[in-house]
Each structure stands twice: as C-alpha cells, then as structure tokens.
Design a protein around this ligand. Sequence first.
Ligand SMILES: [Zn+2]
Length: 400
Amino acid sequence: MQKTLNNLPHKVVFCKKCVISNQRPQSHIEFLHDKKKIGAKYLQMENDGVCSPCKVWKINNNMNWKKRNKELLKLLDKHRKGNGEYDCLVPGSGGKDSAFVTHLLKFKYGMNPLTCTWPPILYTKYGLENYKNWLKTCKVENIVLKPKEYIMKYLTKKSILNILHPFQTFIIGQKNIAPKIAAKYNIKLIFYGESEALYNTSPEEFNNSKVDDKYFSIKNINKIILGGEKITDLYKSNYINRSDLDHFIPISKDEIRKKGIEMHYFGYYQKWLPQEIYYYAFNNTGYRPRPFRSDGTYSKYSSIDDKIDDLHYYTMFIKFGIGRATTDASQEIRNNHLTRDEGVNLVRKFDGEFPNRYFNEIMDYLDINKDEFFKKCDEYRSPHLWKKFKNKWILKHQVK
Ligand SMILES: [Zn+2]
C-alpha cells in the first residue's frame, strides 16, 4: 500500500516564508483522485524557496482594490434585476465567508441573493447556530440539498477506508450544487468566496475573477471517483440506485454556457483577510467561534461546522505531514499576524494532535471499527515522511 503515495515529491521542502511544505496537494480537482493518485499536483517551492500562495497573498494584501471594486459594481449592475427576483446565488453552510459575502451583497450592494447549502455530514451545534444566524441576519432564502443520509454515510465510510479522505465525496457534492440550483432558478451569477489561487495555483491565476470551469468539464462519467470507486461501479451496488448519485455528477459546461451562468470569486473583487472577515461576520451576521480551540490547531473560528473537519485535517497530517496548525499558521504568517518563528512553535505544539473530541461519535455514526481506522492510517504513512521510533510514529522532517 505504501506505493500509493509514490507520487508525492520525495524530497520534503518547507517554504522560507510560511510553514507549508511541498507535500501539500495543490489540486482540488477531486474527480481525478483515485487509489493511486491522491492529488494530481503538489505545491511547488519556487527558485527563491517561497511557495506560490505566499506570493499570491502578498499581491492580495498590497492590491489597489478600488479598481477591482469598480469591476464588481459593473458586474453587479449587469445582473441586478430589481424586480424581486433573485439576481445572484451564494453557496455556503453558514461559515464566516459565505455570511460575509451574502451580507455585503444584500446590504452594501443592494442585490437580492438566494443562498444554497450542501450541509455538513455531521453539523456541530456551533455550525448549526451559525447557519441559522446567517439566514436570519442576512434576511435571505436558502435551499438545502441534503443527500439521503444512508447514502452519504456509505460514501463517507468508503472515502475513509478506501482513500483516507473523509470529505472526498462531500466536496464533490458541494462543488456541484450551486450551478445546478442557479440553472433551475434562472440565476446567472454565482459568488464563491476566496480565490483558489490563494492556496493552490499561481499568482497569474489570481488575476482571474472566474471560477475555472474545469470542475464542470467531465465528459466521461467513468472519470468520476466517489469514495475511491468509479461512479459506474457504484451503480452496480444493490445498495444504491443510480439516481441517488445524480447530485455528484456536475452540470455540463454546455449547459452553463447555454444558460449564461457566470461563476466568480468574491475574493477577486474584495480584499480577503480571514481575520477581518471573521470580525465582520461576528459583528454583522451573528457568527460565533467555538468556545474551545479545534483539535490539531490553536484557532477557534475556521472550519467548525462539521464534526468531521477535525478528522479530515488529521488524515491530511498522516498523508502529507501537514496538519491543521500548519494550514492556519501559514495563512496567518502570510497576513503578518504571526512571525514565522511563532508559526513554527505553533506547528510543533499542535500539528497532528489526535481529534479526540468527536472521534468516537464519528466512528459509531459511520460504523467504522476504530482499529480498522488506525490500520488504514498506518498504511497511508509514506516512508519518506514517517519512521517508527520506540514504537511510535514520528515525522522524519519537521519545519524549523
Ligand atoms: Zn509560503
């Protein structure tokens, strides 16, 4: 099984500016994931030893936003209906980002947004409260598309046991819901939050306001992988009806074009600073952090709506040596809220902490034997990242 991770860069390199390493999967194109490929591309450290997200954040932090704000006004005027019909769509589950975007669109820009939600697999009570507050304070309607519970459980279990990626099927559904709802309600403008370029791609990509329609370009249904299995193989299961999986199949590029649907990153038009967004959401949309820090990190306010979030970050730590504190600290270093030394200390202290808080509940819910889960984790510890010392797994390379 260890050959599974052979496509990870063999030499571990850490960014000189933040604390991320080149083991981070760069691509979010989850369709391409299969048992042999846990991510098509990995983060490149450039010649100067600095990762591309550090460069993109620098542009984000120093941009002249007035020009982009004018572009936003033009885009909104083009789509504004002013007759009571919805003129834009904001997908979200009640996190700070979607609350921020919805509130600005509605009250600063006078749009009439519809919102839609692909709900977490296991809502935390904090996430559910934030979801309700989002809709209440923004005074918007919301369409929830919740797949059949036994189907989502079945696919999530497969995602864990086949590819150690608890959210693989969830993310696919989440990516697909907005364009389908836009098509149904004749809405031509969709706003996602932060640009993928901030984490994944290149500084050039940050000049693109539109969401890449690569997510919607699947011509061959065989390419869709759910929980490590081809969707066409899942169709053969007695447990699943073909129509149960319709939500995981993207709308076609042709339909998006025919209906004139545009998908934009709000973060292209508006300075995107997670901490500022958090303050805005706290003051305007009733968004609240959890009263405790999340397992595996020091922060309290991001990715807190699904009990499975903590487990998801833990599996990333196993597969790539990159945990939740690395993710949080890298981003805060890029925004000058932490020094690199502070980031290194936080990573050393919290990264890879076991997600105890919800672990038993998740295993019971998904009917996964805990020993089986731990065995699976060990199969995914790539030998270039992990070694056993006195019967304990330790990382071979740590940020310093
Ligand atoms: Zn960096």
